[in-house]
Design a protein around this ligand. Structure first.
Ligand code: NOJ
Length: 755
């Protein structure tokens, strides 16, 4: 007998009479026995605090008024277990709860943040990160993660840009599908963590980059750029979808019938569960689409929001609403069916304790060494070398190295925006990583140099009150740093932002480094020592001057539990950097949005032929400082001999585009060969280039390899004015490069269909 059946005596828990029946019969039978309150309860997700369950929460569970719980950071298995015991033994029908949490870039073992994972352009590595996270989280008792976050964003003012995978729909879609499969593994398995994709839809397009602000997009832009990653996640089998807190073209996502019923259910055939973001049902009142809680609940249910996270109004309003409306009754049943179906798929009816008894087949201990080594391997692949004048990097293991900055010996911020259950005490700071890697072959000096942020009052608003600031005045911190810099052969400045600045509710109007850190870097430059800038941040920063002051710049994002080791690997050349930017680095905030896949406009800016009446700024080059797809290596690669298998492509067929990539340097390394296409003339303006393929290749010194991409009709299609997905005959440019700006070109014609 399963533990579930042992605990759930038939008299108190009818749901125990279970899964010998087919799923739909089982659900029908259960539904037929549920009261309205029990049904509504299934649509409510409550917070499971890290403390032991308070009696009221247990009471709600026993009364069937709660169907699932979320927890952040995850409560212990024992705590979750006590809730589950209550659900299966004390509630009338014994329907198990499911537990969800924000396992976004790791659970115990923390991987790089989304932008970092995306910088690796390595789907296998990303998949491993999701699988490890799933094993650890399910071992902790979680059944679902609120991830992946696949919101395209082109506005680094938005703090949550850190969580996504950048500006590009193709790259983000590939990663979205990879993460979903990685989290979910073998559906139904004990280590399968159901993916709740978020935030549907277009949360990353908030106006002005201000979190929770309005999102208003043309249909073309929505379909072409913002929707594909969610759809890719659905196609990959994601079990759930979270609605955005924002409105889309005037209608909040949580009450958006078109979004949830027409697009998601009808057009995309999504069969999973729709969950509101935290408090989003209640927020329909502030959005101005509901006059009170009852109306908010009615609109959300009617739109297709099945679970209300942190609910107030479903419980208050749905019983009365369903009493008076047959439509609401059938919508309630439909929603409950989906919740039960998800629980069934999670295997909870068979054994509600399957993820609450440490029954994993593989090691799930706290940050298992195997998982840590994966974290290190992935982290070093996520680092992007932005500049390396005079081969400043890699550093030699000799002499004296001065490591300076508020992110230098910081094992807290390095964990990034969603550290889940990751502990700073278990994370490796850059100082620790370098110390170990240098051993006694070089002297390592350290100074804080500057506090991590300049304005404690503003920062308190970010509720990240664990930051401890050094009380000494900035001049004293600077003097200490300069004193050790002068003794050193090389200076490494580890600068950036606190992780709390790249999070929910953390938008900014500047992309500059905090002022004290800028001054520190400028002063370090004045010492005349070789200067390496190691950046830790969750958004593209505007670093025009900083990139001039430093001889080498390494973007490390927030690289996770093994970040310090991974960065040391790259700084010392034990790993040759291979990361490429998944997002453009603007020169200044005033340029935003800056992304590579723009439309051409009627008056495109051409650098070589400047003229007033062009799409440009008076005061600045409109191009980014570092483009999408960019990243250096300690070796150099060349591309040659781009060839197409045909220059006349019949409709419905595909062609091959191939190119030779060569490692011209003296050390082995990896690079990312990127394929871009442009539809030259179409019924709607098409982007000047769009990523349609990529390949990460490892080449020995002197080695060359022929890389072949297949260009099929999917790569050529787009949404026309009637939002039909079509291809149109005509000329296409094929561009292949190692970033989005330096490209080899070829052209072919997509032929007309013969009549
Ligand atoms: C609100 C956030 O927007 C969402 O991403 C997160 O999953 C939930 N809170 C739960 O923590």
């Amino acid at each position: 007998m399963s533990l579930y059946l042992a605990l759930a005596s038939p008299s108190c828990c009818e749901a125990s009479a279970l899964p010998t029946m087919a799923k739909s019969t089982f659900i029908d039978n259960l539904l037929a026995r549920m009261s309205v309150t029990e049904k509504v309860g299934q649509l409510r997700m409550s917070f499971a605090g890290a403390d032991l369950p308070p009696p009221t929460a247990l009471q709600a569970v026993a009364e069937g008024r709660v169907g699932s719980m979320f927890t952040h950071p995850a409560a212990t298995q024992a705590q979750l277990r006590s809730f589950q015991e209550y659900a299966v033994t004390h509630s009338r029908l014994g329907i198990p709860l499911f537990f969800a949490g924000d396992v976004v870039h790791g659970h115990h073992t923390i991987f790089p943040i989304g932008l970092g994972l995306a910088s690796s352009w390595d789907l296998d590595a990303i998949s491993v990160s999701a699988r490890v996270a799933a094993r650890e989280a399910t071992g902790n008792g979680l059944d679902m993660t609120f991830a992946p976050m696949v919101d395209i964003s082109r506005d680094p003012r938005w703090g949550r840009i850190s969580e996504g995978f950048g500006e590009d729909p193709y790259l983000t879609s590939r990663i979205a599908a990879t993460m979903v499969r990685g989290f979910q593994g073998q559906p139904g398995a004990v280590d399968s963590l159901m993916a709740c994709v978020k935030h549907f839809a277009a949360y990353g397009a908030v106006e002005g980059g201000r979190d929770y602000n309005t999102t208003d997009l043309s249909a073309q832009r929505l379909y072409q750029d913002y929707l594909p990653p969610y759809q890719a996640a659905v196609d990959a089998g994601a079990g759930a979808m979270m609605t955005a807190l924002t409105s889309l073209n005037g209608v909040p996502a949580t009450a958006n019938r078109w979004l949830l019923r027409t697009l998601l259910r009808q057009h995309w055939s999504f069969t999973g569960l729709v969950i509101s973001d935290h408090g989003a049902v209640e927020e329909l009142i502030s959005h101005g689409v509901a006059g009170d809680g009852a109306q908010a609940a009615q609109r959300a249910l009617d739109a297709g929001t099945e679970i209300s996270m942190s609910d107030r109004y479903y419980l208050q309003a749905l019983p009365t609403l369903t009493e008076h409306s047959a439509q609401a009754r059938s919508q309630l049943d439909e929603a409950v069916r989906r919740v039960l179906s998800v629980k069934y798929d999670m295997g909870l009816f068979e054994d509600p304790f399957r993820r609450l008894q440490g029954a994993q087949p593989a090691p799930v201990q706290f940050s298992h060494p195997l998982y840590r080594s994966e974290a290190r391997a992935i982290a070093r692949r996520s680092l992007v070398l932005l500049k390396n004048d005079d081969a400043t990097l890699p550093l030699k293991r000799q002499g004296t190295v001065a490591l300076i900055g508020p992110l230098a010996d910081n094992s807290r911020d390095i964990l990034g925006s969603w550290p889940a259950n990751g502990q700073p005490s278990q994370a490796v700071s850059l100082y620790q990583g370098l110390r170990t890697a240098l051993g006694d072959r070089a002297q390592l000096l350290y100074a804080l140099g500057a506090n991590i942020h300049d304005n404690p009052t503003a920062f308190d608003l970010l509720a990240d009150n664990q930051v401890v600031l050094d009380p000494r005045p900035p001049s004293a911190l600077l003097a200490e740093a300069l004193a050790i810099a002068r003794q050193a052969d090389v200076v490494i400045a580890a600068l950036g932002e606190p992780r709390g600045m790249s999070h929910e509710g953390a938008s900014k109007t500047t992309l500059d480094l905090p002022q004290q850190q800028r001054e520190l870097l400028r002063a370090l430059k004045m010492t005349g020592k070789p200067l390496v800038l190691v950046l830790m941040n969750g958004r593209p920063l505007s670093i025009v001057e900083e990139s001039q002051w430093a001889d080498a710049v390494l973007e490390t994002w927030f690289s996770g539990s093994e970040g310090g080791n991974a960065i040391a690997d790259v700084l010392l050349g034990d790993y040759n950097p291979s990361g490429k930017l998944p997002i453009s680095f603007p020169r200044t905030v005033g340029q935003l949005p800056v992304h590579y896949n723009t439309l051409n406009t009627g008056r495109p800016f051409i650098k070589e032929r400047p003229s007033k009446y062009k799409s440009r700024y008076f005061d600045l080059d409109p191009t980014p400082l570092y483009p999408f797809g960019y990243g250096l290596s300690y070796t150099t690669f060349s591309l040659s001999s781009l060839r197409l298998s045909t220059h006349q492509l019949p409709p419905g067929q595909s062609l091959q585009a191939s190119i030779t990539v060569k490692n011209q340097g003296s050390r082995s390394g990896e690079t990312v060969v990127q394929l871009y296409l442009r539809d030259r003339v179409a019924s709607v303006s098409r982007p000047i280039k769009e990523l349609k393929g990529f390949r990460k290749v490892l080449l020995a010194p002197g080695e060359s390899r022929r890389i072949t991409f297949t260009v099929d009709q999917t790569a050529l299609g787009f949404y026309n004015q009637d939002l039909q997905w079509i291809t149109e005959p005509g000329e296409f440019d094929v561009m292949i490069g190692l970033d989005s700006q330096h490209l080899e070109h070829a052209r072919f014609e997509l032929l007309e269909a013969s009549r």
